[in-house]
Design a protein around this ligand. Structure first.
Ligand SMILES: [Zn+2]
Length: 355
């Protein structure tokens, strides 16, 4: 289901209960897009890439606009109706899209509705700057998603839920603290998968029991994975929940042994990637962020069954990652760099990596 179609149907109450979750997710996607536009200081105006059908911007008598035949004939987005930044004439439209004559009233209706929303029909219908930047990223290039996140992070303002983190962790850091945390998420590794995990955690995007309850999909917000009888809020799910806390305790002990240096059991370090709590050389602190991201990946993989969390799951993912780093380093003739970064882990875990 197309994004706008789903939003349109949701908005007009056309969805049944079975697809409520899908519509909820769609709404979240729209909210994310609108938020992204806000972050990038882009205006939410129709542009040449705006869909025409089921778009809440284009309504007729409070109903979504939709002409099935026009859609089937290839008219789906605003740029299909414009030629040289001017609304196409009826005759040109019929010729270009092979629509039968007898659609003049529909033509007038569509033109009128769109004209109301776009006061100047000579408008260039230029997309928001963010959309233009995303379009420039060819989908065939690698790390597209990572580049989009970087784009959003490149604005001056930090849009993390800072106050929630500061309240949960009882911290009141310096202003540049959060800029550093954002930078660390991308500088620690070139692997998009881990960058994305860290980015999503910083933005608290994972669905908890508390969130399910808030969205109306569950009768209770109490965590079902421990016996604390407390709400499964984000910080609980990622840190305080009993099996998760035990897991983090084991991770911190294991890391202290590997690095021969005390790695504190600190949510600021483990969750946010705040390196001020340790005193490691640069290469080791970079790999520490990576292994902590892998620990978070382990928690997310076991998100619905946290009782099964254990240190070996993390170690297995860690060994896979180090093997991948080794292969990549060999191919790029960067083995020295690999050794400087990972030798403590390789030695401790007794890894016999194939050269
Ligand atoms: Zn719990």
């Amino acid at each position: 289901m197309g994004l706008y179609q789903a939003v349109g149907q949701c908005k007009y109450g056309l969805l049944d209960r079975s697809v409520r979750l899908e519509s909820k997710i769609t709404n979240e996607l729209c909210s994310a897009w609108w938020k992204a536009l806000e972050i990038a200081n882009s205006k939410l105006e129709p542009c040449k890439f705006s869909p025409i059908w089921y778009n809440p911007d284009f309504q007729v008598n409070n109903q979504p606009l939709h002409l099935a035949v026009w859609e089937q004939n290839g008219i789906t987005h605003l740029h299909h109706l414009f030629s040289d930044n001017t609304f196409m004439s009826y005759t040109n439209l019929l010729q270009k899209y092979k629509i039968k004559n007898g659609n003049f009233l529909h033509y007038l209706q569509v033109k009128n509705i769109i004209k109301k929303r776009i006061p100047t029909l000579q408008s260039t219908l230029r997309p928001p700057a963010l959309a233009e930047a995303i379009i420039k990223l060819s989908p065939t290039t690698t790390k597209t998603l990572s580049k989009i996140y970087k784009l959003l992070l490149s604005t001056d303002t930090i849009h993390l839920p800072i106050s929630k983190w500061e309240s949960d962790l009882s911290i009141s850091p310096e202003p540049d603290f959060w800029t550093q945390i954002c930078d660390n998420a991308f500088k620690m590794t070139k692997y998009t998968n881990l960058q994305l995990i860290q980015y999503k955690i910083l933005h608290r995007t994972h669905i908890t029991q508390y969130m399910m309850n808030k969205m109306g999909f569950s009768d209770s917000d109490i965590c079902l994975q421990c016996s604390q009888n407390t709400a499964d809020a984000y910080f609980h799910a990622l840190w305080l929940c009993t099996p998760v806390k035990n897991f983090w305790t084991n991770v911190s002990e294991k890391l202290s042994a590997i690095l021969n240096c005390r790695i504190p059991l600190s949510p600021s370090l483990c969750l946010l990637g705040d390196l001020t709590t340790t005193d490691l050389p640069r290469k080791q602190s970079q790999s520490l962020l990576v292994v902590l991201a892998i620990a978070k990946k382990t928690i997310l993989v076991n998100w619905k069954n946290k009782q099964s969390l254990n240190i070996n799951l993390w170690l297995n993912l860690l060994i896979n990652h180090i093997s991948m780093e080794k292969i990549s380093a060999s191919n790029k003739n960067q083995l020295l760099n690999f050794i400087q970064t990972w030798s403590l882990y390789v030695n401790y875990l007794n890894l016999n990596l194939v050269t």
